[in-house]
Design a binder for this molecule. Structure first.
Ligand code: DGL
Length: 221
């Protein structure tokens, strides 16, 4: 069987890497929509349209399940995708929200694209798992172009990180990387803020996928 994975660009490869660890033998089709990245600045209508087009393309490859390895598409289009297509489709936000059980202060930061943050989806999901959580959100629109350009460390990136994240210092103990591009900046972020625990939803997403495939009896024994 095969699985389809997509993102607006290269960010979803951070999710693909985790999927590979738990499903080493499945065939995976990855689509990075680099022609139309970034999604985070676009309207819901466009994000839904692009996501549906990609799912249709992946269905032509006869995939049995799809992972929306993009927080923006998960926040804005997952519901429509699930309503439109019959196969299992999973996103990254629920997985990210469940991965916060390490917080001690219940003060959680979420960073993502403008569209993801505006949607409020993370806060909604986090509160389902932790009613005491206080969620601090911030859009970091310069992170995606930096990552797509391969600028992952150095003065410029450190400056951008500080500009967005200094506000979180002393306020939160856990930071969710609510965009699949951001794990590529994880080393740079944790060097600047060593006391903040950084959560990447990718691992949890991969485990969710495996569970869903098992439930649907898609996996070979
Ligand atoms: N990697 C995507 C996400 O997880 C979106 C980046 C973008 O296209 O703006 O939100």
């Amino acid at each position: 069987m095969s699985i389809g994975v997509f993102d607006s660009g290269i960010g979803g490869l951070t999710v693909l890497k985790e999927i590979r660890k738990v499903l080493p033998n499945e065939k995976i089709y990855y689509l990075g929509d680099t022609a139309r990245v970034p999604y985070g600045e676009k309207t819901k209508e466009l994000i839904v349209r692009y996501s549906k087009e990609i799912v249709e393309f992946l269905l032509e490859k006869e995939v049995s399940a799809i992972v929306v390895a993009c927080n923006t598409a998960t926040a804005l289009a997952l519901k429509e995708l699930k309503e439109t297509f019959k196969i299992p489709i999973i996103g990254v936000i629920e997985a990210g929200a469940t991965a916060i059980n390490t917080t001690k202060s219940n003060k959680i930061g979420v960073i993502g694209t403008k569209a993801t943050i505006k949607s409020g989806k993370y806060e909604e999901e986090i509160k389902l798992f932790n009613t005491k959580a206080e969620v601090f959100q911030k859009a970091c629109p310069l992170f995606v172009p930096a990552v797509e350009e391969g600028i992952l460390s150095g003065k410029l990136v450190n400056q951008i990180i500080k500009t967005y994240l200094d506000d979180f210092k002393g306020k939160i103990d856990t930071l969710i990387l609510g965009c699949t591009h951001y794990p590529l900046l994880k080393d740079a972020i944790s060097k600047i803020y060593p006391d903040i625990k950084i959560v990447d939803p990718a691992k949890e997403t991969a485990l969710d996928l495996k569970e869903i495939l098992e439930q649907n009896e898609f996996l070979k024994n």
